[in-house]
Write a protein that binds this ligand. Sequence first.
Ligand code: ADP
Ligand code: MG
Length: 327
Amino acid sequence: MSQKLDLELINLTKRYGETVAVDEINYHFSSGTYACLLGPSGCGKSSTLRMIAGHESISDGAITLAGRDISHLPPARRGTAMMFQNYALFPHLSILDNVAFSLKMQGIETAARHAQAGEMLELVDMSALADRLPAQLSGGQQQRAALARALITKPEVLLLDEPLSALDPFLRIRMRAELKKLQRELGITFVHVTHGQDEALALADEIVVMNDARIEQAGKTRAVFDAPKTAFVARFLGSHNVVSMPEGMIAVRSDALEIKPPEGARLPGTITNIEYQGTHVALTATVPGAQEVTALLSDKDFCGNPKNVGEAIGLDWEAGAAQALAG
Ligand code: ADP
Ligand code: MG
C-alpha cells in the first residue's frame, strides 16, 4: 500500500465569526480509500471539504497531502479536485470545452486540451455527447460531465459534495455504482460528503461520522456499523435500537432481535405495529420505560411464528450482540 499520497487533517478548525463549523478534527485518509463524511445538515461536512479543496480558508490546524502542507496553497496546486453538488457547468460552453476548461486556464493549446478532454469523456462514457451544451443533457449526464471536468486535472484526491443529491432515486443508485467503479479503476482517494447513511454504507471503505463540528466516530464502514460507540451514531446509521437498560444504554441491531415468550427474555414488550416489507417483517414493540424497539424478522421466521398487534412478547438477543454506548 502506498503511503505517499495520504491525506491528513490535523486539528483542522473552521470558524465563521462566532460559529465554530469545524472544531479541531483529526483524520488520516489512506491513499486510495473511498471515504464518506457522514452527518446531519449543518455538522460541518461541506466546510471540511471546502478547506481540503482550498475554496475556504482554514482558521486553525493544517492539511497535508503526501506529507506536504497544502493548507495555504491555491486550489489548483493542491493535487485535489472538487465536484460540486450543482455541477457548476458553464451553460454557454460545450461539454468538451467545459471539461477542457481548467487546461485552458493553464494555457494548454486547443488541440491538446481537446484530446485530453476527449479521453476524460470516454472514461465517463460520454464521448457521443461532447458537442452538446449542459442544458441538452439529463441530470445523470451532467453529473458525468462534472466528474470528467474534475478528473482532467489528474487529482490525487477527488472531493465530492453531495454528488448524487440532485438525481432521482433510481438514477442515484445507478450513479453510485458508477462512482465506486470509477474510484476502483483510478485508485485515487475519494472523499464524498453525504447526509445519507445508505449512500455512505454502499460506497465507503471508511466512514467519518460528524456531529456538531466534531468527528463522533470514524473507521472502516463495517466496524462502525457493527459497533457504534454513541447513541448518536447508532441512531444516525439506522437499523439499530437504542435502549436504556438498568445496566446502561445499549445499541442492538434490529436484525439481531429475536422474538421469545415474555418470561425470561431480556426485554418484555407489547407489539404496537407489524409492517410487511416484502422480504422482511418489521415488528415494533413498546418495552419498559415507554421505549420503542423494532425487530426486523425474515418473512420466513415471522410466518413460522406469527404474531398480532397487542400481543405480549419477549425480545432477546445473543450475548455480544448489544453494544454499550457512551452518551
Ligand atoms: P454541512 O455541510 O454538514 O451541512 P456546513 O459545513 O455547510 O455543514 O456548515 C456548518 C456550519 O457552519 C453551519 O452552522 C452553517 O450554518 C455554518 N456556515 C457554513 N458556511 C458558512 C458561511 N459561509 N458563513 C457563516 N456560516 C457558515
Ligand atoms: Mg453541506
